[in-house]
Ligand binder design. Structure first.
Ligand SMILES: Nc1ncnc2c1ncn2[C@@H]1O[C@H](COP(=O)(O)OP(=O)(O)OP(=O)(O)O)[C@@H](O)[C@H]1O
Ligand SMILES: N[C@@H](CCO)C(=O)O
Length: 329
């Protein structure tokens, strides 16, 4: 038996919430819930073994073959773009995922970011953060979740307009800005026990919008980017700035009780509530608050129950400053 240098490293990528009301495909914030990969590579150079194990959310459904798993597919994408056609062997990966799948908490964004970091580490490519994001965006074409998951914190981003020729390589495709987030603001994620695939939630959106609806969102988005960093937070300003006319009204067909949850839980009724919206493409509800977390979550759960959604759970999460990491062990 011959042996090569072995490496053991851990990749961690946070969950994220996108849109935050009016910021459809623009705003994202990373949340204190982490997908982790424990990776062992090298050692016995005669071994061609590949082993992928998985615990947590999606353990029953997620495929564990390199060509089918979203994490390893993303890693293979980075490697092949850099002239490496296969994952190095022997390779063992253990995935632990506490992020519910298809619920609007950025599970696919975290998986894509973790996979891109995996490819970078396995190929020893040492890509810059901005190039890593370019690769992420070749896989997940809206920047909000992946930008927040990679960089961490509260982030606004936009995609550059690219020509078809640009798309032949891995173009430099995005710009982002890290925004201020008041640390006293917690994110209550109320998660109903059913999935809405992002692709389906995007398919119900119109292809064009009325001018007044677009202006409604622009006005609120501009205010919200600063309002969430202020101390003390202004609940009236934030609650109204988190209203949206671009995606939530159309997604109510997929999420029973959505309009009622959003309209019935207000700062007047719940001291400490700042705003409430759909998290990402849903069905999770995101409530921002400084206190009364249980009462706010219970109220949302009660409305879901009235609309036939009996099972849901909630988590009180922080917006975390650190994004994704890859650390040698
Ligand atoms: N840890 C993971 N490992 C492998 N595949 C995953 C993992 N997490 C998510 N996925 C894939 O991503 C899909 C969910 O992506 P989708 O974009 O529909 O929802 P989401 O990312 O949870 O929500 P949102 O984008 O609204 O925040 C899953 O069905 C699965 O195919
Ligand atoms: N901005 C995206 C986020 C999906 O996670 C959407 O709402 O479709």
């Amino acid at each position: 038996m011959t042996s090569t240098t072995s490496r053991h490293f851990r990749i961690s990528a946070p969950a994220s919430t996108a849109n935050i009301g009016p910021g459809f495909d623009v705003l994202g914030a990373s949340l204190s819930l982490y997908l982790t990969l424990d990776v062992h590579v090298g050692g016995d150079s005669n071994s061609q073994d590949f082993e992928m194990t998985y615990s947590g959310e999606g353990a029953k459904d997620v495929p564990l073959t390199p060509e089918h798993n979203l994490i390893t597919k993303a890693a293979l994408y980075v490697l092949s773009a850099n002239g490496i056609q296969q994952l190095p062997r022997p390779l063992k990966i253990h995935v632990d995922n506490p992020i519910p799948l298809g619920r609007g908490l950025g599970s696919s964004g975290a998986a894509v970011v973790a996979g891109i970091l995996l490819g970078d580490a396995l190929g020893q490519l040492k890509l810059s953060r901005s190039r890593l994001l370019d690769y992420c965006l070749m896989i997940e074409r809206h920047p909000d979740n992946v930008a927040a998951a990679l960089v961490g914190g509260f982030v606004a981003s936009y995609l550059r307009e690219l020509s078809p020729e640009d798309m032949e390589g891995i173009p430099e495709s995005e710009s982002l800005l890290e925004l201020g987030w008041n640390k006293n603001i917690k994110c209550i994620a109320i998660v109903p026990q059913f999935k809405v695939a992002t692709a389906e939630a995007r398919s119900v959106l119109p292809s064009s919008y009325q001018r007044q609806d677009v202006i409604f969102n622009f006005q609120r988005l501009a205010v919200l980017t600063t309002a969430l960093g202020q101390n003390p937070p202004d609940s009236d300003l934030i609650y109204n700035a988190m209203q949206d006319k671009v995606h939530q009204p159309y997604r109510k067909t997929l999420i029973p009780g959505l309009p009622e949850v959003l309209s019935s839980i207000t700062p007047e009724k719940y001291d400490g509530l700042l705003g409430i919206c759909l998290s990402g493409a849903g069905p999770t509800i995101l409530a921002l608050a400084t206190k009364n977390f249980d009462a706010i979550a219970n109220a949302a759960q009660a409305v879901f129950k009235e609309h036939g959604i009996q099972d849901s759970f909630y988590k009180v999460l922080d917006v975390v400053e650190d994004g994704s990491t890859c650390v040698d062990l």
